[in-house]
Design a protein around this ligand. Structure first.
Ligand code: NDP
Ligand code: MG
Length: 389
């Protein structure tokens, strides 16, 4: 029987990689849902190859154009109207919208899917308790697809979490690893989004350049695996071949290597335990003889100091961090602030008294998260514009 699949954020970097995988095995899939925002060209291509049953298109103009063009597909302008009509069960969903816009659809689709692979890290960081509640209620199986988390998840199969002594999350170091600090300070978006190893969306590429991405990944890992922060270590590993290392209390250490391509975790999240094969680069002696691991230079990457501000429990403060950083990255990509200002303003906002109370508040519902996020973004924007003038 065909596997019913949904790709939320199909026109993004993770979405397109997922489409590439299922395109090679079209006869095994029934594409129930694709979603997009602005990318008209890409969604058109995907409609032609994959013949999806439903589309959710956020951008009104594109939604109207597609509605005129494709009469046989159910096309919706927002997730609410889709979920009002949709009552079926999907076998596998990948959640790959960027930012907090991905949270509501992720929570909603959990009710309709047997398995959910979540790439959208903002949802996990800001609302893991809400996601977990839905997963339990609907008996939906969760698979992390951020490469480090996929590796940890894979290495922990058939292992008890109490046997873990330490988990190393690796970081490529991003495009500025070998740059002098004075040049990093003046770096332009063009260089910040040019990742040496990974091909990713712009937002996450900038997070990789500031190393905020690792701060987010550490919170993500803490939540998913329910382990204390003291169990985790971040190491720079410029080759991005080893994605996670776990030391167990029986003296054994396991690590997971795969070539630097998100298609590997995504493929395995779709075809876990099946006989399907994927072409991948051979990792030979040349690569293995060049594996380097080192500590983060905190002067060059001060964003990683943010780990100190973090509460150990799940709280609304994570929404403050994610939203402030999101706004700053947006402003940087629009050339309204410098690369270095991301670090400086982030620290300023996180030190504001009005936000510290959120460290003690557990998110109760999604409205609370969205409302706070909007406020933090506004505050960040105002403060950034004031600092720039
Ligand atoms: P991209 O920016 O490449 O893609 C984002 C996707 O979300 C696109 O399909 C975009 O539509 C859609 N989208 C954006 N805003 C909205 C909105 N308001 N409503 C509906 N759809 C929207 O991001 P990535 O693929 O790089 O990342 C996706 C998520 O996965 C992020 O949370 C990221 O942190 C995480 N992740 C990404 C990795 C990577 O390698 N790229 C690795 C690990 C995690 P459109 O293009 O049509 O405008
Ligand atoms: Mg990652």
């Amino acid at each position: 029987m065909k596997k019913k699949i949904a790709i939320i954020g199909s026109t993004g970097s993770i979405g397109k990689t997922t489409v590439e995988i299922i395109k090679k095995d079209k006869k095994s899939f029934d594409v129930i849902l694709l979603t997009a925002n602005n990318n008209f060209r890409e969604i058109n291509k995907q409609i032609n190859y994959l013949k999806p049953k439903n589309l959710v298109i956020n951008n009104k103009k594109i939604y109207l154009e597609l509605k005129k063009k494709y009469k046989k597909i159910n096309i919706f302008n927002n997730f609410d109207s889709f979920f009002k009509k949709f009552k079926k069960k999907i076998d596998y969903t990948i959640s790959a919208i960027s930012g907090l816009s991905g949270l509501q659809p992720t929570l909603d689709i959990i009710k309709h899917t047997k398995n959910i692979a979540i790439a959208n890290k903002e949802s996990i960081i800001c609302a893991w308790n809400l996601i977990q509640k839905e997963l339990k209620k609907n008996k939906t199986k969760f698979i992390p697809v951020d490469s480090e988390h996929f590796s940890i998840w894979y290495l922990l199969k058939n292992k008890k979490i109490q046997t873990v002594e330490e988990i190393v999350i690796t970081a490529s170091g991003g495009p500025f690893l070998n740059w002098k600090i004075n040049n990093i300070k003046k770096a332009t978006p063009k260089f910040a989004i040019k990742h040496p190893n990974w091909s990713m969306g712009k937002k996450i590429s900038v997070d990789s350049a500031t190393m905020m991405n690792k701060v987010f990944e550490l919170i993500e890992a803490q939540r998913i695996f329910n382990l204390d922060r003291s169990k985790f270590k971040i190491l720079i590993h410029p080759q991005s071949l080893v994605h996670a290392i776990i030391k167990f209390d029986n003296g054994l250490t396991k690590l997971l290597i795969h070539d630097t391509n998100m298609k590997i975790p995504i493929f395995n999240s779709i075809y876990d335990n099946s006989l399907k094969k994927i072409a991948s680069k051979k990792i030979g002696t040349k690569e293995l003889n060049n594996l380097i691991f080192k500590k983060i230079d905190l002067n060059k990457f001060p964003a990683t100091n943010i780990l100190k501000y973090l509460p150990r429990n799940i709280s609304l403060f994570e929404t403050v961090i994610v939203s402030c950083n999101d706004e700053l990255v947006d402003l940087f990509l629009k050339k309204k602030i410098t690369f270095w200002s991301i670090n400086v303003i982030l620290k300023k906002i996180l030190n504001l008294k009005e936000f510290s109370k959120y460290k003690q508040i557990t998110p109760n519902n999604i409205r609370q998260i969205y409302k706070l996020s909007e406020y933090v973004r506004l505050k960040t924007k105002t403060l950034s514009i004031r600092s720039a003038t």
